[in-house]
Write a protein that binds this ligand. Structure first.
Ligand SMILES: [Cu+2]
Length: 224
């Protein structure tokens, strides 16, 4: 597999938070690592070579699809529920604002994809859910997502709320200590874009490291 992240960075045209690693550096726990492969195995997804998109396989009847109800807080601290987006597609990504690489890369690609979709993007709500609620307050999330596109909303919540929604979506996330201070940690997390339908049900999951053009193509195919 080539390194799509390098392409994403060269194609990035929006403001991004400063990077602490060179372009193309892999976030531990993301990319085709053992961690994400483990997540994907649990998702029982099938990799469609070519488009790069993952789609749900119903081969394992015992495993329910990712997704489920949530109540979180938006950038103003107001409660937001999955039910608020019925009638729209939800494009959901999990990460955190201190993320040095995977999150800004993916969110730039999402912004690019929504631009490319034109009017069709009005049917899609892009949602960034933090897996770092201790640092990602509503205000932090609001400022962060605004740097990518006004079409993106950032959601946070209590530790319990975040743990629950991450579990529903089968999101892999593990805190790693980087020093003795309370904020000295990074988070390894899976990098997957979930597409949920207008009824809230799971439709597909894409690799988070696709380009905006690829994401736009995949979304176009899924939307009537
Ligand atoms: Cu990240």
């Amino acid at each position: 597999m080539s390194d799509p992240m390098a392409d994403d960075w060269s194609g990035a045209r929006r403001a991004t938070p400063p990077m602490s690693r060179p372009a193309g550096a892999r976030h531990r726990g993301t990319g085709p690592s053992a961690a994400i492969l483990g997540v994907l195995a649990r998702l029982s997804v099938v990799l469609l070579l070519g488009s790069g998109a993952f789609v749900w396989s119903s081969g394992e009847a015992a495993a329910p699809p990712p997704g489920g109800p949530f109540t979180l807080q938006d950038g103003d601290g107001k409660p937001v529920s999955d039910r608020d987006f019925r009638g729209k597609y939800m494009l959901v990504y999990f990460g955190y604002t201190f993320c040095p690489d995977a999150c800004p890369t993916t969110l730039n690609a999402v912004a690019d994809a929504l631009d490319r979709l034109g009017a069709k993007a009005d049917q899609i709500q892009a949602i960034f859910i933090t897996v770092d609620p201790k640092r990602d307050t509503p205000a932090v999330m609001k400022q962060y997502v605004a740097a990518f596109t006004p079409r993106l909303i950032g959601l946070t919540g209590s530790l319990e709320q975040i743990a629950q929604v991450a579990e529903e979506y089968r999101v892999y996330h593990v805190e790693n200590r980087t020093g003795p201070g309370p904020n000295d940690y990074s988070i390894d997390h899976s990098s997957v874009l979930y597409v949920m339908g207008p009824d809230g049900g799971f439709i597909a999951a894409f690799r988070g490291d696709q380009s905006g053009a690829e994401i736009a193509d995949d979304l176009s195919e899924l939307m009537p």
